[in-house]
Write a new protein. Sequence first.
Length: 202
Amino acid sequence: MNRRSAVGILALLTVAIGSPVLFSNRTYYPADFYSAWRPAERGPVAIQNRIHSDIIDAYWPFDQFLHEELQQNRLPWWNPRFFCGYPQHADFASSAYYPPKLILFRLLPVTRAHAILLLMHLFLTGWAMWELLRRLDIHGPAALTGAIGWMLCGTSFAWFKYSHAGPVMAALPAALVFVHDRRAWAAALALGVAILGSTPPL
C-alpha cells in the first residue's frame, strides 16, 4: 500500500466521521447546554454529554472573541467580556497564536472553522502515525490499521471536541517521524506548533 492510497483512505474516513456536521448546520460545540441554562432555559432538555460544559461556557466565547478580533485585523490581546477583563493572549487554552486556528477563524464563521480544525487534526493524527509506522518497517495494511487505531483511540475521541487536544495527537508521531529522518529542526517545529495549539497539561 502506497502513501497516496493510505492518505486517501484516512481522508475518506475523516470526511465520513465529520459528514453529520460538515454537510449540515450542526456544530461540534455542545450548544444543548444553552437550552438548559438561564436565561435561555426552555424546560427539561436532554444534554448529551455533561462533561463537555466547559467547551460552551469557556472555549466557545474564546473562539468567538478570536474570530471577531481577527475580522478587525487584530490579535486577541485583552478580552473585556470575562470578569473585569482577561488577557486572552496569555491563556494557552485559547490557542490564540496557533497558525491553523488563526487562518481558519479569520476566513470562516466560528462553528465552521471549529469543525474544520477538529477534523483536520483528526486526519493529521492518522497520517502522522501511518508515516511513523511505515518508517518502522510495518507493512502497509498493518500501518494503516495502526494509524486508524491511533486516530480513533479513546484519548483522541474523548478530547475530540477540544481543539487544543488534536495538535498534540498529531504532533507526537510527526515529531518521531522527523527524529527518525534525522531532521531535528522539523521535530522541534512540530512540537513548537503543537504547544501553540494546546495547553501545558496535554
